[in-house]
Design a protein around this ligand. Structure first.
Ligand SMILES: [Zn+2]
Length: 242
């Protein structure tokens, strides 16, 4: 337990995004107020994006993709990049539906990337059996008119991590869409059932203030204890008979 006499200390220990709000509750067993940060989770937030990318990389790696597929669009066929995205984005699931008719069990995770000129193209991590390049190319061309399709095998999991990391790091805040990613229904393995929460918190509610402000606004001096479950226990000094 620490005496939060320095706000720098509080800030460092409540290390979260600058736009976070707070979740506040009361723990009868601890007889104390507990708070937790609620990060904003926006693509435009540098702090949140770092966490989000790490999580996605882990999940995609666990899904063991064995192919990498790049699908382009033909800029000549659209009035602007957004139009190209709107028109081709929906063709992507159709492509996989078409391919599944011949080659069963194909699952994918895709991210959109924009070229220097602003045009979208798609990178997909694919998990499938035998899948010939010419068939994928023919199907994509029929759906979108685009002829440039790249399909290669991922030999090792580490290779998949490298690709996914590269694409996610290039993923900028594309102004015309928030649909940076999508995936087929069975791409990700189901999460094992979550263990029950090990707390008895009552009156859990959202406070529209950053966790740091929750402490600084309400309290003069606070005992501040990070708990193992990600929450922080607060104890006002006047509660404790100082
Ligand atoms: Zn954030």
């Amino acid at each position: 337990m620490y005496l939060a006499d320095s706000w720098d200390f509080v800030r460092n220990n409540l290390n979260t995004c600058p736009n976070a709000m707070s979740l506040q509750a009361f723990s009868p067993s601890l007889n104390a107020t507990v708070i937790r940060a609620l990060p904003c989770n926006q693509w435009s937030c540098r702090w949140c994006i770092r966490i989000k990318k790490g999580r996605i990389i882990r999940k995609v790696t666990d899904a063991r993709p064995n192919r990498l597929l790049t699908l382009t669009v033909d800029p000549k066929l659209y009035s602007d990049p957004r139009d190209a995205f709107d028109q081709t984005r929906r063709q992507l699931p159709r492509l996989f539906t078409t391919l599944r008719k011949t080659y069963d069990s194909i699952e994918y995770f895709r991210v959109v990337e924009v070229t220097r000129a602003g045009w979208p193209h798609y990178h997909c991590c694919v998990r499938s059996g035998y899948l010939p390049h010419f068939q994928v190319k023919a199907a994509w061309e029929q759906l979108t008119g685009a002829t440039i399709v790249d399909l290669r095998q991922i030999k090792r999991t580490s290779q998949a991590i490298t690709y996914v990391t590269k694409y996610l790091h290039k993923l900028s805040n594309i102004p015309w869409t928030a649909r940076h990613m999508s995936y087929s229904r069975k791409f990700f393995h189901k999460d094992p059932e979550k263990p029950p929460a090990d707390h008895d918190y009552k009156n859990i509610h959202v406070v529209k203030a950053h966790p740091v402000n929750c402490i600084t606004l309400d309290r003069h001096v606070t005992h501040f204890e990070p708990l193992k479950n990600g929450w922080v226990k607060l104890t006002d000094t006047y509660d404790r008979g100082f």
